[in-house]
Design a protein around this ligand. Sequence first.
Ligand SMILES: Cc1cc2nc3c(=O)[nH]c(=O)nc-3n(C[C@H](O)[C@H](O)[C@H](O)COP(=O)(O)OP(=O)(O)OC[C@H]3O[C@@H](n4cnc5c(N)ncnc54)[C@H](O)[C@@H]3O)c2cc1C
Length: 464
Amino acid sequence: MSKVVIIGGGISGLSTAYYLAKGGAACTILESRPRLGGVIQTDHVEGCTIEAGPDSFLSAKPAALELIRDLGLADQVIGSNDSLRKTYVRKGGHLVPLPDGLMMMVPTKILPLVTTRLLSWSTKIRMGLELLRSPKAKAGDESVAQFIEEHYGAEAVDYLAEPLLSGIYGGSPSDLSVNSVLPRFVDLAKQYGSLTRGVLAQRAKAKSKTPSGTQPEPLFRTLKGGLGQMIDAITASIRGKVETRQVRAQAVERRAGGFRIRLDGDWMEADRLVVACEAHSGSRLLPGVDGRLAELLGAVPYSSSMTVALGFNTADFQTPPDGFGFLVPKRERRRLVACTWVGTKFSYRVPEGTVLARCFLGGTGDAAILQESDEAVLGAVTAELHEIAGFQAQPRFKRISRWPSSMAQYTVGHPERVSEIEARLAAIEGLHIAGNAYRGIGIPDCIRMGKQAAERILTVPAKA
Ligand SMILES: Cc1cc2nc3c(=O)[nH]c(=O)nc-3n(C[C@H](O)[C@H](O)[C@H](O)COP(=O)(O)OP(=O)(O)OC[C@H]3O[C@@H](n4cnc5c(N)ncnc54)[C@H](O)[C@@H]3O)c2cc1C
């Protein structure tokens, strides 16, 4: 039987291993950290379920839910509490709610747009006039900032696109590729000219196909006990079928009919290899296999991020915090990028009597925060929370998680880069990649890529 080795035991590598095992193929996972799951890590502190990395996945992308059902965890799935959804943005030192009816940065309702304090009158008028745009032929990629500014103006970039994308990518809209990050909006702009008209037309189509009385799907889903439940279930399911080794792969070379991987003073042979680690790490492994491929992987930038979970006594608040949380646009930012009130966004996460704030820091603009001490981080976050959210309670407990170079940045030119990566891979028999650096950064995308790598391995027989 051919030997399959997977480098990286995050959700991409674990999904590959899971679907290989399901298809009856053995494999080995090499993971340098002492635990599996990569950036997915759930901690339980004083009755709270705390996500150190991701907290949920988009419902609209099916791969995560499919895997979760396959693992027998369907009864553990919960949705975000969308009836309580309200997200604030800091503007001029105040928290202002995002206007109702926004689809990312596309306004779809007139009244909330007209009355919001988040945008000036000139931006509101510009957003209204956007409805009159006619389709324009456009070739090539551009930044999200250029694209959104052309449709809705610079203020929509600063107070909508920037804070929303910072929370997802930890990146700047002036670097991110619109073709990779907002491909649906690019298609709508091509077809309709106006993004707003495009989104409204799509909604009307979707509505006409939905039987009346159907409840809308929650935007995000997760598991009652946290996403770590998914990692535990995969680990349990592959036990005995998949070998896992805690070791860092250091280099890969080609050999007749396959590859050899250098580990600590040792070599391991593989007929098929799945590189499921971060692209920058893959780039360091692969120069001996294909220099240009290694260069292309190394050209995908990554941002570093940090999450800080703070638990407070509800009794210490005069009024409990409102909504899902808030975003701080770069124009108004010191260290805090965003904050989620976990107990409002998801049920089962926070016991009565506790307020849990999950704060995001770092991103492309502030990787330096990861080098600061826990005390300095805690001091900065608590002071900013007090000032922005207007309370004085001191945290009862804290959890700080640092994620260096973990979030791939799809910068302008990313689609061409990925096409070239895929073309080079197609020419190297037995080599596959999966991960957040290529065709989707979210958990469902990583699972889909892992599954596709497994399917290719299972369907193409190894050379004798
Ligand atoms: C703070 C944060 C919040 C996020 N929030 C969300 C969210 O809410 N929803 C969502 O859908 N997505 C979210 N994401 C994105 C998503 O979680 C990730 O894109 C996804 O989990 C990445 O999985 P992965 O397996 O590709 O990579 P990783 O999880 O980074 O795993 C890669 C693994 O490879 C290992 N490795 C690297 N090099 C080597 C080597 N040479 N040898 C052996 N092992 C190696 C690493 O130790 C690591 O464990 C978030 C990401 C972060 C960082």
